[in-house]
Design a protein around this ligand. Structure first.
Ligand code: AQP
Length: 332
C-alpha cells in the first residue's frame, strides 16, 4: 500500500469547515487505500505563542475531533508530533539543506509575518515549512492530503527530497500533494474570494465545527452571495453561491449539477435554509462523538500512545538511514 502522511495544528476551540472539507475528509478516505499516518502538529503550534495548559488541552481536542471525523486507530496511525522526537531531529538536517532565499519565498510565512510584524515573528515560524518537510519524509509518504494553501510546502518537500537524494544517494520517497480540486479551498462565508481561515476570517465568515449548530446555521443563512437570483456554479462570477454549492455537494454527495437542477427557479434563501439543515445534521453527531472521546481521556491517550509507538518505529528507521547518509558517526 502507498503511504500517506498529513499533519494538522491543535487549533484552539475547534477545527473549521475548511479544515474538514479540505483535509480531514481525505484523511478518512485514504485510510482505506493507504498506510496512513496522521499527526497533531504541536511543534508547529508553538511557532506562535501558546498557553501551555491550553496547548495540552487543544492537542487532545484535535485528536478527539479527528477520531470523531472517522479516523480509526485500527486503520491508521494517529499520533502527537512531539511524541516522536525524530521530527525535530530530521528537521535540523533539512534546515541545513535549505537555502535562506528559498525559505524566504514561502508565501504563508510572508502573509503571516506581515500580519504579526517582522519583529514579533519567530524563527520557528520562518522554518516551519522545513519541519513539515521532515514530517513528510520521515514516513516515506507517497501522498500528502492537504488544502490548496499547502501546495507550495509540498513542492519544497519534493525539492528537498530530490536534493538529499542527489547529494547523498537514494533515501527519501518524493511525495505528491493530494489535493481534491473541488474542496482544496473552501472560502470565507463573508468574503468568498479568500479562504476560510482561523487567523484571517471574521467570526461570521468561519464555521467552527464545535460551535452550537444553531450558530453555524445562522452563519450559513447570512453568507454573502451576489445580487442575482440564479443558483449556478460559477466561481468567478458567483463565488459565494459556488462556495455554498461546494459545501452542500460535499456534505451530501449530491453532484453540483443535481443541486443546480434542484434549485432551479428557487431563491438563495431556499439553498441556504437547506444547507444550514444539512450542516446541522452533520455537526450534531460530530460534536457528540468529540465529547465522548474527550470524556474518556484514558482511552484517548491510549490511542495516541499506540500511535506514537507505531509512528516511531517507522520514523526511527528513516532517521537512522538519513543520519548515516549524511555522515554522522553512529553511537557505539
Ligand atoms: N479554507 C480551507 N479550505 C481547504 N483546506 C483548508 N485547510 C485550512 N483551511 C482550508 C487545510 O486544513 C489542513 C490543516 O491546516 P492547518 O493545520 O494549517 O490549520 P490551520 O493553519 O489552523 O488552518 P488555517 O485556518 O488555514 O489557519 P491559518 O489561518 O493560520 O492559515 C491543511 O491541510 C490546510 O491546507
Amino acid at each position: 500500500r502507498p503511504r500517506a502522511l498529513s499533519g494538522i495544528q491543535p487549533t484552539a476551540g475547534s477545527f473549521h469547515l475548511g479544515n474538514y472539507l479540505g483535509a480531514i475528509r481525505q484523511y478518512v478516505a485514504l485510510q482505506e487505500t493507504h498506510d496512513a499516518f496522521y499527526t497533531v502538529v504541536d511543534l508547529h503550534a508553538i511557532t506562535v505563542p501558546q498557553d501551555p495548559a491550553e496547548l495540552r488541552a487543544n492537542s487532545r481536542l484535535a485528536a478527539a475531533q479527528l477520531l470523531a471525523s472517522g479516523l480509526d486507530p485500527d486503520r491508521c496511525t494517529l499520533f502527537i508530533q512531539s511524541h516522536v522526537p525524530e521530527h525535530a531531529q530530521l528537521g535540523w538536517v533539512m534546515n541545513c539543506l535549505t537555502g535562506f532565499g528559498e525559505a524566504s519565498r514561502m508565501t504563508q510565512f510572508k502573509d503571516k509575518s506581515a500580519k504579526q510584524g517582522a519583529d514579533r515573528s519567530t524563527v520557528g515560524l520562518f522554518t516551519y515549512p522545513i519541519l513539515q518537510v521532515a514530517d513528510i519524509l520521515l514516513y516515506q509518504a507517497n501522498h500528502v492530503p492537504v488544502g490548496e494553501d499547502q501546495r507550495q510546502h509540498i513542492e519544497l518537500t519534493r525539492d528537498l527530497a530530490d536534493r538529499f537524494n542527489g547529494r547523498f544517494g537514494e533515501t527519501f520517497t518524493v511525495p505528491d500533494a493530494y489535493i481534491v480540486k473541488e474542496t482544496g479551498k473552501i472560502y470565507d462565508l463573508q468574503d468568498p474570494t479568500v479562504k476560510m481561515s482561523k487567523s484571517a476570517s471574521t467570526p461570521k465568515g468561519i464555521v467552527n465545527l464545535l460551535d452550537e449548530p444553531k450558530v453555524s446555521a445562522k452563519k450559513i443563512k447570512s453568507a454573502v452571495t451576489d445580487l442575482e437570483t440564479e443558483i449556478r456554479f460559477d466561481e468567478e462570477k458567483k463565488p459565494g453561491v459556488s462556495n455554498l454549492l461546494t459545501i452542500y455537494s460535499t456534505l451530501t454527495g449530491d453532484s453540483i449539477k443535481e443541486l443546480e437542477g434542484k434549485y432551479e427557479g428557487k431563491g438563495y434563501g431556499a439553498l441556504k435554509t437547506d444547507l444550514a439543515e444539512v450542516l446541522v445534521e452533520w455537526v450534531t453527531p460530530f460534536r457528540e462523538r468529540t465529547q465522548e472521546y474527550l470524556g474518556d481521556p484514558g482511552t484517548l491517550d491510549g490511542i495516541l500512545a499506540k500511535g506514537a509507538d507505531k509512528a516511531r518505529a517507522v520514523a526511527a528507521e528513516t532517521l537512522a538511514l538519513a543520519y548515516d547518509k549524511v555522515g554522522f558517526l553512529p553511537a557505539a
